[in-house]
Design a binder for this molecule. Sequence first.
Ligand code: ATP
Ligand code: MG
Length: 365
Amino acid sequence: MASRKLLLLPGDGIGPESMAEVKKLIAAMNADLNAGFETEEALVGGSAYDAHGQSISEADVATAMAADAVLFGAVGGPKWDSVPYEVRPEAGLLRLRKDMELFANLRPAICYPALAASSSLKPEVVEGLDILILRELTGGVYFGEPKEIIDLGNGQKRGVDTQVYETYEIERIAAAAFELARTRGNKVCSMEKRNVMKSGVLWNEVVTATHKNGYQDVELTHMLADAGGMQLVRWPKQFDVIVTDNLFGDMLSDVAAMLTGSLGMLPSASLGAPDAATGKRKALYEPVHGSAPDIAGQGIANPIAMIASFAMCLRYSFNMVAEADRLEAAISAVLDDGLRTRDIMSNGMTEVGTTQMGDAIVAKF
Ligand code: ATP
Ligand code: MG
């Protein structure tokens, strides 16, 4: 039997409530499918700070580095607003992203049929939508040097950020995009601004060269990122995988998120480079939403974003494609039955709490 090591980091606020529903799925998969998940659980964020004064312990970072995958809930809340900057709740997550070198951020935009009517677009534009935005996460203008505000001395200041990409950074995100596309609709659209940016020229060149060098079975197109944003809202179903840089990816993934409805529905994954010996990628899966302190402890949080993040984990870390498909189908079926947590509640539907929603999904799985 396969051994599959998972580190669970529930975190703060609604993190533990959502993670509890994933634990039910893990237990069911171990019992019924002999899935062999071995879980360890640790504190992260404010709860870790309360316990030992750090937002994540060194030992837990080491466990994360050795795990096949990390499932992360959410961190933060008003209770920790005034803790020192270096140990603030978010520092634990940033530390993991950096140490695990999670350069590829996957943000799917899936529109479940039952929720198509609550999109910000017309139902026919989003119904059945299933696209994946792949954002480069560790380079580009958010990290490039110099990054500063210079006092020009004449009452004027100059704010400087620098967009920098090197060949290897573009190569590895492009390769990740082609590999992901092969597991889906086999299409990649690369977005940059080569008409006005040198880093965009290089991005386009390297994506094209990477494609020629081993990925020609995947369909590749290019779009200028501004036109891409327009097309994403006009007819999102034309896309399968969109690969883009850190800045454009930040914006385009938020736009794509709004096509599909509530924050409580959106999963994400962050992947590292494949290990040279085993081919395995370090990976962290987390809902897009935060710790939602306003509803924490009330049993009303929507666990679907966390459960859908676990489905991504099955798909991308364990190649359990059939199980991932079934889990997503179970989410869809429960929505078709009219069950809704408060954040996605609408007329004529049945309002349920976090555990009821989780139980219903486990039962359909
Ligand atoms: P962060 O800074 O950690 O991203 P945030 O302030 O951006 O946090 P969230 O914690 O994600 O925001 O919450 C934003 C709003 O969405 C809140 O009103 C919250 O209650 C709601 N919300 C977020 N996640 C969920 C969920 N899973 N179920 C129901 N409501 C949610
Ligand atoms: Mg936020």
